[in-house]
Design a protein around this ligand. Structure first.
Ligand SMILES: CC(C)(COP(=O)(O)OP(=O)(O)OC[C@H]1O[C@@H](n2cnc3c(N)ncnc32)[C@H](O)[C@@H]1OP(=O)(O)O)[C@@H](O)C(=O)NCCC(=O)NCCS
Length: 196
């Protein structure tokens, strides 16, 4: 038995989920537009101005996410075969600066599949990918404080709060704070019981 080959072979799976590359094709662009760009899911994941997302904007971001990210994967329910794995979300890691080895995480789960533990599972997988395969030293993200579910998921997974940007997002006559959260490589090692 070759443990390295086994590890490589199982790297794109977690308990219930499979992670595959997001494709620059009609099916994936349609999924991102239809299931991940509804007003609420999109606004929770983006601090940008709250306005309807056009198909072109969604498609352009899908393509730039594929080309400009360290990792751009479709989160899929594991099926009997790769072809039968149903997409339920997307996950992206971009690099802050290559010399910082800091990844910036983005994740969106479709409304129909939220609150079933998939986000927590995928965030844990993203941590494992970052430190086992991505060569990163930390994984970070920004979240609006009103997105209590997302903040709860990240903190439960082991992310720590690093800072607050005060009144950084404008929503419905309110200026809202965002938080920066991150997990460092050695914190992940301690979580996974890895002795270096
Ligand atoms: C945020 C997101 C990735 C989480 O994934 P998910 O699959 O819905 O979440 P999970 O089911 O794994 O976990 C939800 C957890 O949040 C908790 N939660 C839900 N609503 C909450 C709230 N208002 N306050 C605090 N905790 C809350 C749940 O109790 C659960 O924790 P538990 O398992 O300990 O009970 C997903 O909801 C999503 O894509 N949302 C829209 C886009 C977004 O917010 N992206 C992240 C931007 S930073």
């Amino acid at each position: 038995m070759n443990t390295m080959i086994d590890a490589i072979g199982s790297a794109f799976h977690s308990e219930r989920l499979t992670y595959r590359a997001i494709e620059d094709n009609e099916a994936d662009k349609n999924f991102v537009f239809t299931h991940l760009s509804d007003p609420v899911t999109y606004a929770l994941a983006n601090p940008s101005i709250h306005r309807p997302v056009s198909r072109k904007t969604s498609d352009d971001k899908t393509v730039s996410g594929i080309n400009g990210s360290l990792l751009a994967v479709m989160i899929c329910l594991t099926g009997d075969s790769p072809a039968s794995s149903e997409p339920i979300g997307g996950l992206w890691i971009t690099e802050a600066q290559f010399y910082q080895q800091r990844g910036l995480l983005g994740i969106r789960i479709s409304t129909a599949h939220q609150n079933k533990g998939y986000g927590f599972e995928a965030v844990n997988w993203a941590m494992d990918w970052s430190f086992r395969w991505g060569g990163l030293h930390s994984l970070a993200l920004g979240a609006s404080l009103y997105n209590e579910r997302a903040v709860a998921v990240y903190k439960k997974a082991g992310f720590k709060q690093e800072g607050v940007s005060r009144e950084a997002v404008y929503r419905d006559r309110k200026w809202l704070d965002t938080v920066q959260l991150a997990i460092l490589e050695h914190e992940w090692e301690a979580l996974r019981g890895i002795n270096t």
